[in-house]
Ligand binder design. Structure first.
Ligand SMILES: Cc1cc2nc3c(=O)[nH]c(=O)nc-3n(C[C@H](O)[C@H](O)[C@H](O)COP(=O)(O)O)c2cc1C
Length: 190
């Protein structure tokens, strides 16, 4: 198989696993650096690097979960302990979670929208980099990506937004693909 063949195979086969089907081992430090270097190699109008990454591994995932659960409990003081435990465990479902954070901000020349798109592209490349290194990865936001109190607890500034929590690990079992849109429905020839 040529390099091009294996690259095409990789691109054709990427899919998101169910987050509960991710397990250890996760990537090691060198693999994480490699994935983040790939994710950073993204089109970026104005070379602003309007995104950054937060790495959650080991016990840090539980500490972040404490912050998520605390916010959940504030809003749902009557919640059952099992439900609070579920919130606390949000980031412990995979051995590695990387938050892709958008730093998009008003700029004299580069539309904020384009900065956001560059961050989303970085997120996609991170999924592909994980897949290429033999792991599986799922892009999730869930409710806590959109909660300002959780964002502050995770160290984001007021203007930063979470593009996604990319959950990365080893597959427990093979995943069925989902139905994909028919190409003909997506394409208009002008
Ligand atoms: C911005 C963004 C946020 C997402 N957030 C969630 C989420 O919170 N929960 C979820 O089940 N899927 C979420 N997804 C969808 C999954 O990441 C995934 O795309 C979907 O399960 C389809 O899998 P595929 O990547 O194999 O097409 C999100 C996707 C995007 C692009």
């Amino acid at each position: 198989m040529t390099l091009a063949d294996s690259a095409l195979e990789l691109l054709r086969t990427r899919k998101s696993p169910k987050v509960f089907d991710l397990t250890s081992p996760g990537p090691d430090e060198a693999e994480i650096d490699s994935m983040l270097a790939i994710a950073s190699r993204v089109p970026d109008h104005g070379k602003l690097a309007p995104w950054r990454f937060i790495v959650f591994q080991g016990e840090a995932r539980g500490r972040a979960g404490d912050a998520i659960a605390a916010v959940f409990l504030t809003d749902n003081p009557q919640a059952e302990p099992e439900r609070v435990a579920l919130e606390q465990g949000r980031l412990t479902r995979a051995p590695l979670v990387i938050a892709v954070v958008s730093k998009a901000a008003p700029h004299v020349k580069i539309p904020e929208w384009e900065q956001t798109l560059s961050g989303a592209a970085a997120c996609t490349l991170l999924l592909l980099a994980a897949h290429a290194q033999g792991y599986a990865a799922t892009w999730l936001t869930e409710w806590y990506a959109y909660d300002a109190r959780v964002r502050a607890a995770l160290g984001l500034s007021e203007s930063e937004r979470i593009i996604g929590f990319v959950h990365i690990g080893t597959l427990v079992r093979p995943q069925e693909d989902r139905p994909r849109p028919a190409l003909a429905d997506l394409i208009t020839r002008y």
